[in-house]
Design a protein around this ligand. Sequence first.
Ligand code: DO4
Ligand code: MG
Length: 289
Amino acid sequence: MSLMKLCRYEIRSAPGVRVGVIVNDEAVTDLTSVGVQSMKDLLERGDLIDAVSRRSRASTARHSLDSVRLLTPVESQEVWAAGVTYLRSKEARMVESEFSASAYDRVYDAVRPEIFFKSVSDKVVSPGEAVGIRGDARWNVPEPELALVINSSGQIAGFTIGNDMSSRDIEGENLLYLPQAKIYTGSCAVGPWIVVGPSEADARQWSIFLEIRRGGTTAFSGETQVNNIKRRFSELAEYLFRSQKFPNGAVLLTGAGIVPPDTFTLEPDDRVLITISGIGTLENHVAVV
Ligand code: DO4
Ligand code: MG
């Protein structure tokens, strides 16, 4: 399987968004200097891998990863999120809210998946930036999720990592508060890059790890397998694109399968590291918003 990691980045000494391809997880080959102005143009191509390989060979500009700032690979897409796709998510939410328990129970087995709007592209948090916890919430968690990168034709062009930050007390109080629990400043981080090449079957071999560091110690860590996602990726993408056009494509988070214990809540300055074995690590720190 050929696999490539596409990124958006800025050179620290010369600001301006560029598109590149990651080399050996330590450098980036610039594609903007050989005519790639946007990630979208690449993701729309049927010959994506070949097109990137050709341009990568033609490019003479290479930067070490230390010398650049990675930006979220979400360029102009809306970010949406699927929910209750893992048994663990259903169980945790049924405990969180007696009021909403039957809704979570039913949607896990329903034909139609839960899919909700998460973020406009401008508000997506990049690697290394702060994710938010609401000032009016007392129970806040990250949700580490595999993200599907879907082009305007509804095809899954690649995979990245998403953090669906959530206020569990607000969500648990009443399902109608879901948008407030899920959408606020810093509630959606995506990155560090898009992996293109793997199929759904390949991605289902991957593991997802969450580590939350507080001071010098690990405050929480957990692991799950992508293959625990109940629904096919194509099914989730097909529902998202039903009766709705996405001219810029879309990013769809596939749900959370790691849920910290009910006694755990994030604190300011915590560091959230989400690793997916076939992709890399998305790291952000936490700030109150
Ligand atoms: O309906 C609640 C949100 C579900 C969710 O975000 C998840 O399962 O990841
Ligand atoms: Mg989620």
